[in-house]
Design a binder for this molecule. Sequence first.
Ligand code: PEP
Ligand code: MG
Length: 555
Amino acid sequence: MRMTGTGIGQGVATGPVARMPEPLATPADVPSTLGVEAEKTRTLESLGRVARALEERGAKAGGTARDVLEAQAMMAEDPTLADSIDDLLGQGKTAERAVSEAFAAFRDQLAAMGGYLGERAADLDDVAQRVIADLLGVPAPGVPERDEPFVLVARDLAPADTALLDLDKVLALVTSDGGPTSHTAILAREKSIVAVVGVLDALSLTDGETVVVDAAVGAVVSEPTEEEVTAARTRIAERAALVDAPATPGALADGTAIPLLANLGSSKAAKAAADGGAEGVGLFRTEFLFLDAGGSAPTIDEQRAHYIELLEAFPGKKVVVRLLDAGADKPLEFLNDAHEENPALGLRGLRALRVSEDILREQLTALAEADKVTSADLWVMAPMVSTVEETTYFVTLAKELGLKTVGVMVEVPSIALLADKVMAEADFASIGTNDLTQYTLAADRLLGSVAAFQDPWHPAVLRLVGEVGAAGARAGKPVGICGEAAADPLLAVVLVGLGATTLSMSPSALADVRASLSRYTLDEARRFADIALAASGAAEARAAVTAAVASRKEN
Ligand code: PEP
Ligand code: MG
């Protein structure tokens, strides 16, 4: 049987399934026999133990995992949660029950916020389970232990589990829940683990049965034939050879240089990306810096230190920093706390920054100061620009504050259609295909029920990319791609054919895209682009280009 979900990366794996144990049962609502004070002490000790254990795991794991686990440790000791647990204990409930109820209420609030914060609800569930297990004196639910490598199948993985996954044992991850921005997906990308998330039927897989997991097409095959297993093994060997190959600069078969850059969310990941062959940074998302700062914007000094750490990892190389993109899937209350019916169409990105121009000015100032003391080639760009007037506003302000190279993200169809006028004002454009697809197809990028529309192969999206590529060529200015589309090895070739001059992606995708580009000339890339543009839908475009590639191989 073939099940489908969202594949993360291009990997393939095959092996026996190991199912993640089901979560603990909800503690019964029976009155405490120990008394309020004894329950309070138990709870406090347990929360502390779990917080310390999470911190320890974080310290051991390092990287993004450490940040995530530290955030979870803070959840365990959150004062608002402690207050509501205390209230429940005061009503005579057991520690287990009070923890369960308080965390569940908090979780529901978080889930209702949707977007980035909504996806953190799973983190909170995990902390609650750990505390309850600790109170009960049973082991915390977690990754099963096996002697042989396995494909881990779970509802969703908590960061505490993904952080310490034994990569020699876990061949692949398959989850029934979770979207492309869930922690499982983010960490799988970072650690290059083969993963398919959001596979609705995943929990029908049983312990020990063999499966083939193909992230490139987002498929999980249960009871595979011998030929399917052999084909998977061949691809695994081919990919291993690819990853081990030296990281040369991105280029087409005819030598046309297409620099391959990294998408980063934290300066801590910068060095690893540089070591992994990234030729620079094509998108540095600054939201995480602001989300981590809690309820207010980080100071100029804090920001400058962070930007310096980033720029120092890429001496002499290009680093494109995106100004804060708050709103919709990345809500930040201090910028916009108004209730909006359609936040993706609301006061977000540059619109929100313009209303709080002091925050925009501070960020630009911190960037200009970091630029002065480092040797990287710093470019800055604004998110969610939708008019030429906004382009002029941003470019003028950023230059006034000392930035040299200033561009805009193309994420809204209006600005792609006016690309000539935009390119006259900006030094460069970078196309965010995630949002450009969302807005072109009018399909919320976070909503599972319309996920099928969120496909950057759609010719309507590609035509807009082509408009920007052509305008860039006419103006002699660079056009980058920094959405997930650039990480799809075949689509990357089409995007170059449409005029993209650089591609930026999760560092784990670089090797596959580098190999794919090296197979085709610029003329071929342009021919594939024409084929995709002529298709009537996303599936047709993908199929037509795949067929063109196959017939080229035969000839
Ligand atoms: C995009 O929209 O394609 C993009 C790169 O930005 P983000 O995914 O952060 O919205
Ligand atoms: Mg975007």
